[in-house]
Design a protein around this ligand. Structure first.
Ligand code: R2B
Ligand code: URA
Length: 309
């Protein structure tokens, strides 16, 4: 084969596969994904996960189980006994479920928690030789200037100063990483929202913070050193910078997916309008209904993609 053809094939393969940029991995005899309770020495990753094409991640284990039940029904892959085993059994850090080409994984709350899960998930997909993977975070958030229940597809994940970056200290030095998401995927998801026409879906920037209370300008935490007016000014500035919702994982999620060459998107429902308040006062049933919306939207997207093949 002429070398330029094989080079092209190699490049194509690389573009479709998962990148782990860590030279130390090669010399490891086995890889223990400690927080997922999975180990390359005792599990055949390629056999168990090699067919994964869609990964959905979200904060709560309960929600990720309900997502797998929902998507199984939608794809006609229901288990007759209604059993979806937790593939991370033996640890209560995270939960993982799989039906067909769909993997559903919980990540807990905040940047450190999702970051640990993503390191191990990305290695899992790499060891399994997965290709053409799409990953979507389906979550909850506080909205700015939106009706509660609106679903926001993230255009850019920004930090608390409205910049599209994720900062991490590595060996005592601050490393800044970009938080670019797949724009085409975001547009496709927005289109799915329009097709469904069951709830409002918009595209906008998502602000990722390190905290739920002071970090999101709430007045109802244990501590607060600012006035209501200062809070409102901050939220208005965020709105002017294109921010439509606030949550706690999107920036590191975007940065890590970009580094590993995975098509990624963030789809979060807004539970309240932060300009109107801080406390979550809606009934349990309303909250459950809101939390199903990102699942419905991403379910529609996955079905559409699978039917196209
Ligand atoms: C949304 O909801 C959680 C806080 O209640 C957090 O994980 C997030 O991003
Ligand atoms: N999740 C957040 O991070 N903030 C909210 O206001 C609601 C959910």
């Amino acid at each position: 084969m002429p070398s330029d053809v094989s080079e092209e094939r190699k490049r194509d393969q690389c573009e479709r596969s998962i990148c782990v940029n860590n030279p130390h991995l090669k010399s490891m005899k086995e890889d223990i994904l400690y927080h997922l309770n999975l180990d390359t020495a005792t599990h055949d990753f390629q056999k168990q996960f090699g067919d994964v094409k869609f990964v959905c991640v979200g904060g709560s284990p309960w929600r990720m189980k309900s997502f797998i039940e929902y998507i199984a029904k939608e794809l006609g892959l229901e288990d007759l006994n209604g059993e979806y085993p937790n593939l991370c059994e033996g640890t209560d850090r995270y939960a993982m479920y799989k039906v067909g080409p769909v993997l559903s994984v919980s990540h807990g709350m905040g940047i450190p928690s999702i970051s640990i899960m993503l390191h191990e998930l990305i290695k899992l997909l790499f060891h399994a030789h997965c290709t053409d993977v799409t990953i979507v975070r389906i979550g909850t958030s506080g909205g700015i200037g939106l009706q509660p229940g609106t679903v926001v597809v993230t255009k850019e994940a920004v930090d608390a100063t409205f910049l599209p970056r994720f900062e991490q200290v590595v060996l005592g030095k601050t490393v800044v990483r970009g938080t670019e998401l797949d724009f085409e995927l975001a547009e496709e998801l927005l289109q799915c929202g329009k097709e469904l026409a069951e709830f409002e879906t918009v595209i906008g920037n998502t602000m990722c913070t390190m905290d739920f209370y002071e970090g999101q300008a709430r007045l109802d935490g244990a501590f607060c050193s600012y006035t209501e007016e200062e809070k409102q000014n901050y939220l208005s500035e965020a709105y002017a910078a294109g921010v439509r919702n606030i949550e706690m994982e999107s920036s590191v999620f975007a940065a890590m997916c970009k580094l590993s060459n995975i098509r990624a998107a963030v789809v979060c429902v807004t539970l309240l309008n932060r300009q109107k308040g801080d406390q979550l006062t809606s009934s349990h049933d309303v909250m459950v209904n809101y939390q199903q919306r990102p699942q419905i939207l991403v379910g529609h997207y996955i079905k559409k993609k699978l039917n196209a093949f």
